[in-house]
Design a protein around this ligand. Structure first.
Ligand code: UP5
Ligand code: MG
Length: 190
């Protein structure tokens, strides 16, 4: 197995905060490859893999899929892609995800983009999305928020303590949020 040196940016924030939307914009402007952990897990369900039913049940309950499953999918996606710059969207979601990814891959993120948005606005966006996601119903949304507050926010706090977090006000329009995102990716001239 040949190890290539890769740059990874973690894109974190609550359910419906706009991670996927902004990652699509970043790909267009800055040449990253977008890897959504949630999309990889949903593709795994569709492919009829042996883990599919377990993953489907976890997502329906808003629970975090075991690290080894998600990390394997992320690693495979990075190995299959010739790019060396990746946006990892929606992962790591808990302390165990974070520690396992670092020890298994040896990769530390360059920085973390944190989309900060009120719960009220996130619920509104998810209920408007209408893409048939099995977790986009109010019962599951409540569970996703609880897991986010209890398990995912501490990961963001961890990276904040290491000075790696760029907080973005994600409450604004898609265009305004992207202006703030661009400023993070554009190297500034001293
Ligand atoms: N929208 C976006 N930006 C907007 C803006 N500025 N103004 C107005 N509208 C805006 O956006 C959501 C909706 O809002 C869209 O309709 C968009 O047009 C609009 P989107 O960009 O899709 O937000 P995103 O943050 O990506 O929301 P998503 O629902 O994907 O976030 P989640 O973190 O909940 O979902 P994810 O797919 O990452 O995970 C789903 C589940 O998978 C988890 O609950 C968990 O069970 C499982 N999972 C794991 O177990 N492990 C993992 O590592 C990852 C996932
Ligand atoms: Mg998403």
């Amino acid at each position: 197995l040949t190890e290539k040196k890769v740059t990874v940016v973690f894109v974190l924030g609550g359910p419906g905060s706009g991670k996927g939307t902004q990652c699509a914009n970043i790909v267009q402007h800055f040449g990253y490859t977008h890897l959504s952990a949630g999309d990889l897990l949903r593709a795994e369900i569709k492919s009829g893999s042996e883990n599919g039913t377990m993953i489907q049940n976890m997502i329906k309950e808003g629970k975090i899929v075991p690290s080894e499953v998600t990390i394997k999918l992320l690693q495979r996606a990075m190995q299959e892609n010739s790019n060396d710059k990746f946006l990892i969207d929606g992962f790591p979601r808990n302390e165990e995800n974070r520690a396992a990814f670092e020890s298994v891959t040896g990769i530390e993120p360059e920085f973390v983009l944190f989309f900060d948005c009120s719960e009220e606005e996130m619920v509104r966006r998810i209920l408007n999305r209408n893409q048939g996601r099995e977790d986009d119903n109010i019962e599951t949304i409540r569970k996703r928020f609880k897991v986010y507050m209890e398990s995912s926010l501490p990961v963001i706090e961890y990276y904040k303590s290491k000075g790696k977090v760029h907080r973005i006000n994600a409450e604004k329009s898609i265009e305004e949020v992207f202006e703030a995102v661009k400023a993070v990716f554009t190297p500034s001239i001293e």
